[in-house]
Each structure stands twice: as structure tokens, then as C-alpha cells.
Design a binder for this molecule. Structure first.
Ligand SMILES: *[C@@H]1O[C@H](CO)[C@@H](O)[C@H](O)[C@H]1NC(C)=O
Ligand SMILES: *[C@@H]1O[C@H](CO)[C@@H](O)[C@H](O)[C@H]1NC(C)=O
Ligand SMILES: *[C@@H]1O[C@H](CO)[C@@H](O)[C@H](O)[C@H]1NC(C)=O
Ligand SMILES: *[C@@H]1O[C@H](CO)[C@@H](O)[C@H](O)[C@H]1NC(C)=O
Ligand SMILES: *[C@@H]1O[C@H](CO)[C@@H](O)[C@H](O)[C@H]1NC(C)=O
Ligand SMILES: *[C@@H]1O[C@H](CO)[C@@H](O)[C@H](O)[C@H]1NC(C)=O
Length: 183
């Protein structure tokens, strides 16, 4: 009787350990939609347009494919899923990851890619509270997001400013997984 109870207890412990191991292997956290906040940008969605990351509610001209996206963090990568489900029936959404250009001196557009390479970085993203930050290998948290106006009113490119220098027309921005409160 005692042995049976002991075995039952051990088996319960084993399954907890097993469940923890599975969670550690696939570290997935739901993030939801991300919104940009800056001077004159009061919580506009970060969205996908032909592989480029935009901020705004305005659809870019001359674009073949644009959709709002929700994100999930998988092993410090941000995997995007379209919110416009009518567009996924084609089966050609490649669940791209958000990338930034971290090469020295870069001040380039963020975008979406399925595979990383030496010029684009897809790992290191994490939430700090509601803020989306990037964690360096040294453990420093960085937020070097900027918004650069496009030639369409109410539409910006999302950029990563490696040197964090001021640039004409670009404004520093924070990204939060928190929608603006309704007015
Ligand atoms: C914010 O908008 C106001 C009014 O349109 C404009 O005068 C100001 O220059 C803008 N500020 C920035 C940082 O874009
Ligand atoms: C969109 O395409 C039209 C026709 O090719 C062109 O005239 C226009 O300048 C383009 N607009 C933008 C914002 O690229
Ligand atoms: C998927 O294919 C359809 C039809 O060919 C096209 O209109 C759409 O832009 C494609 N989507 C992506 C993400 O490439
Ligand atoms: C994203 O959602 C906003 C708010 O619902 C909407 O105004 C905008 O057009 C959407 N963007 C795209 C690319 O569908
Ligand atoms: C989804 O995309 C299609 C094709 O671009 C568009 O007609 C439709 O309005 C979009 N729906 C939403 C909810 O954005
Ligand atoms: C790296 O990936 C980005 C995004 O997909 C692409 O624009 C760029 O051309 C690629 N660079 C190389 C060297 O493959």
C-alpha cells in the first residue's frame, strides 16, 4: 500500500518534470499586436507590407500584400501571423520573423523574413513589461526604434537606428503590445 502511494507520487513528480522540459524546449509566448507610440503617433499598429514593417492604419500604395499581424515569441524570435485570414487561404504565408539590421552604423527599415542571414537579425527580441526591446549578447536591453515618414500621410517605415543618432524627419518610437485606449 505504502509502495503504491510512493510510486504514484513519483510518477506525478516525473510528469511535472516532463511538462517543464517540454515548455523549456519550445519557449513560446503570445505577444499579440504591436503598436507604435511617438510624438504624433498615438498607438498605431505595426503591420506587414510586402516584407517591410510599417506603422500606421494606411495601406501603402503599390503594394501587393498588406495585413495587420499578431506576434508570438518563439525562442526570442517574433513570428508573425496575419490577422486578415482571407489572405492565408492561398497557403503562401511563410510565418516570417521580424528582423532588424544590426550592422554597424545601419539605420534601416525593419522587415519580415523567413531565414536570417549575416545582415539581418531575427533573434534577441523580448518584452520588457509591455515594451518590445532587443537584448544584446551582453544582456543589455535596447530600444532603438524610429519611425520615418513615407510620402503617404499617416504612414511610417519602422526602422532600427543602431547608433541611436538623431536624423532628419525620423522620430524615436516605442513599441508596445498594448493597444491605445479608446478616446
Ligand atoms: C507633430 O505634429 C504637429 C502638427 O501637425 C507638427 O507641427 C509637429 O512638427 C509634429 N512633430 C513631429 C516631431 O513630427
Ligand atoms: C505607384 O505606382 C504608380 C504607377 O506605377 C506611380 O505613378 C506612383 O508614383 C507610385 N506611387 C508610389 C508611392 O510609389
Ligand atoms: C499569395 O498568393 C496570392 C495569389 O497568387 C497573392 O495574391 C498574394 O499576394 C500572395 N501572398 C503572399 C504573402 O505572397
Ligand atoms: C489594421 O487595422 C486597423 C484598425 O482596425 C485598420 O485601420 C488598418 O487598415 C489595418 N491595416 C491593414 C494593412 O489591414
Ligand atoms: C483582407 O484582404 C483583402 C484583400 O486584400 C481585402 O479586400 C479585405 O478588406 C481585407 N480584410 C480586412 C479585415 O482587412
Ligand atoms: C538578408 O535578408 C534580407 C531580408 O530577407 C534581404 O533583404 C537581404 O538581401 C539578405 N542579404 C543577403 C546577403 O542574403
Amino acid at each position: 500500500m505504502f509502495l503504491n502511494n510512493l510510486l504514484a507520487a513519483l510518477s506525478a513528480v516525473a510528469s511535472i518534470v516532463h511538462a517543464r522540459a517540454v515548455v523549456a524546449e519550445r519557449d513560446t509566448t503570445s505577444i499579440g499586436e504591436l503598436y507604435g507610440y511617438a510624438t504624433n503617433i498615438s498607438g498605431l499598429p505595426l503591420f506587414y507590407g510586402d516584407g517591410v514593417a510599417y506603422i500606421g492604419n494606411v495601406r501603402p500604395q503599390n503594394i501587393s500584400f498588406a495585413t495587420n499581424v499578431t506576434f508570438a515569441e518563439v525562442d526570442e524570435q517574433l513570428v508573425a501571423s496575419p490577422t486578415n485570414l482571407t489572405l492565408t487561404t492561398d497557403g503562401n504565408w511563410t510565418t516570417p520573423r521580424l528582423f532588424i539590421d544590426q550592422t554597424a552604423g545601419a539605420f534601416d527599415s525593419a522587415g519580415f523574413t523567413t531565414s536570417s542571414n549575416t545582415t539581418v537579425t531575427t533573434t534577441g527580441f523580448t518584452l520588457f513589461g509591455t515594451l518590445l526591446v532587443w537584448e544584446s549578447t551582453a544582456g543589455l536591453l535596447e530600444s532603438k526604434w524610429y519611425a520615418t515618414p513615407t510620402d503617404q500621410e499617416g504612414l511610417w517605415y519602422l526602422k532600427w537606428n543602431v547608433d541611436n543618432v538623431l536624423a532628419m524627419s525620423a522620430v524615436p518610437l516605442v513599441l508596445k503590445n498594448l493597444a491605445p485606449t479608446a478616446e
